[in-house]
Ligand binder design. Sequence first.
Ligand code: AP5
Length: 214
Amino acid sequence: MAAAAVDRTARAPAGFTVIGLIFGPPGSGKGTQAARVEKEFGMSHLSTGEILRSEVAHGSAVGKEAARIMAAGDLVPDDLIDRIVESRLSRIDPTSNVLLDGFPRTTEQAKALDAMLAPRQVDFVVSLDVPEAALIDRLLHRAAVEGRADDTRDAIMERMHEYHHRTASVLDHYREQGVPVLEVDGVGDVDVVFDRVRQAIKKLAASKPRARGI
Ligand code: AP5
């Protein structure tokens, strides 16, 4: 649903010092790298996937609505996610740095985030690049070890489909706005990938005044 559905009375996120996004296809390492970025740069990490899994585990109304959709590998409705993110942002100290993981995932969500943040913008996007065969291997491996509900082969293929058809174009949205998109090779040891992410963010912070809060 469009940004008009978002309740703007409950938020004041425009004060955040730096707002970054970690972006990439399923299994690209968003959550793994976000945990390291959070620690290294003192950012508050907000993962929509983790929030939804917690809602499912607690059997909340949101969890009941999302569980079947997530298990099938589809995206939950934009208006539901937009409301969750806006509510969570309103609870974060507005002097914090924020790292969003898994959101926005559609152009409509990106427009909703623009409206939540106006008049400011997202400061940077870290985009992790991993070939699809490696993504599928990682997720099937996790399925064997952890048994996440959406790591079945069918759900993984649907998540890849959703990424290509609805999510990848979010990068164009930010490029068109002039937001720096930091493309990082996500293949290799987790620490090696993190070193690439760290260097990319540090280089940006050195060159862009708005990202110097990190
Ligand atoms: P979400 O939780 O965001 O899942 P995802 O995008 O499918 O991503 P993953 O969590 O599987 O992977 P990741 O990129 O975070 O990588 P990770 O670090 O975990 O969303 C789940 C679902 O929620 C969606 O499908 C949708 O239904 C719903 N949803 C969430 N946000 C939404 C939104 N905004 N709109 C609508 N619906 C939404 O790593 C993956 C595995 O690889 C791990 O086992 C890890 O140990 C391993 N690994 C990580 N890095 C490496 C490395 N360098 N080398 C080898 N293995 C690695």
